[in-house]
Design a protein around this ligand. Structure first.
Ligand code: NAD
Length: 251
């Protein structure tokens, strides 16, 4: 099946070797998409793209916290492919801090990448999508937004990820008239490098007791949710939140 034939898809934070973004780019490519990996380091973005395939891939440098950088990246995509059909706002960082430990700098680091970055990247693609009269934006929030953290990231991470859900819904309301759908996924604990080796086996065992499907998630589990929300399979879905958490949080 080619669910994303001829679709140009930008994936931020897609260079992480075991990351959700890279797995998503790979799956999208398998479904016919042209994929653009937009991550901090240009070389790493290009390498990640080349690793997926030589054709229909591109790597660009993009710091999502910097508006000019977002605009430059999207401009490069427009120059090369002439359109943007899908944006996956996936760049994110986390820090395992408690409330009183969060410094002003910590707050900015974490909220800037997830929340400000989502706004800037969306602002950079929306005019093009509106002109095309169609597009899909999907955002990587987190179960931490819904259950108040308690997995790995601190309260500032929960706040950033919860903010993303509000921003997505408000933009979905505004852009529905242009046939642009904006949805979010809320992954549970996914085995990637984001925890920087700070997630111990003991913590994992403890967390597993609260997961009905009795395993941690992998990047592929989330990529499949993105495929649904980025493609026509979800043609009448906007402003929605898709839980991908093994049943860790139900409501
Ligand atoms: P990852 O570390 O592999 O991916 C994050 C990527 O974001 C990295 O490649 C990093 O270079 C990039 N990035 C950081 N700052 C950036 C910036 N300013 N501009 C552009 N790119 C930047 O980890 P991952 O787990 O795949 O994370 C992807 C997303 O999933 C993040 O938003 C994360 O918060 C979210 N998430 C992860 C989990 C989990 O358990 N792993 C759970 C819920 C949500």
């Amino acid at each position: 099946t080619q669910l994303l034939d001829n679709k140009v898809c930008i994936i931020t934070g897609g260079a992480g070797p075991r990351g959700i973004g890279k797995a998503t780019a790979r799956l999208f490519h398998q479904h016919g998409a042209t994929v653009v990996i937009a991550d901090l380091d240009e070389e790493k973005s290009r390498e990640a793209a080349a690793e997926i395939a030589a054709e229909r891939t591109m790597g660009v440098a993009c710091d999502v916290t910097d508006k000019a950088s977002c605009e430059t990246a999207v401009k490069a995509v427009m120059e090369r492919y002439g359109r943007v059909d899908v944006l996956i706002n996936n760049a994110g960082i986390t820090q395992p801090l408690k409330t009183l430990e969060i410094s002003p700098e910590n707050y900015e680091q974490v909220t800037d990448v997830s929340l400000r970055g989502m706004l800037y990247m969306s602002q950079s693609v929306l005019p093009h999508m509106a002109e095309q009269r169609g597009g899909a934006i999907v955002n990587t929030s987190s179960v931490s937004a819904q259950r108040g953290g308690g997995i790995f990231g601190g309260p500032h991470y929960s706040a950033a990820k919860a903010g993303m859900l509000g921003l997505a819904k408000a933009m979905a309301r505004e852009y529905g008239q242009y046939n642009i759908r904006i949805n979010s996924v809320t992954p549970g604990l996914i085995q990637t490098d984001i925890t920087g080796g700070k997630l111990t086996d003991e913590m994992k065992t403890q967390i597993l007791t609260g997961i009905p499907l009795n395993r941690l998630g992998d990047a592929q589990d989330v990529a499949k949710g993105f495929l649904f929300l980025a493609s026509d399979l979800s043609s009448y879905t906007t402003g929605a939140v898709l839980d991908i958490n093994g049943g860790m949080h139900m409501y």
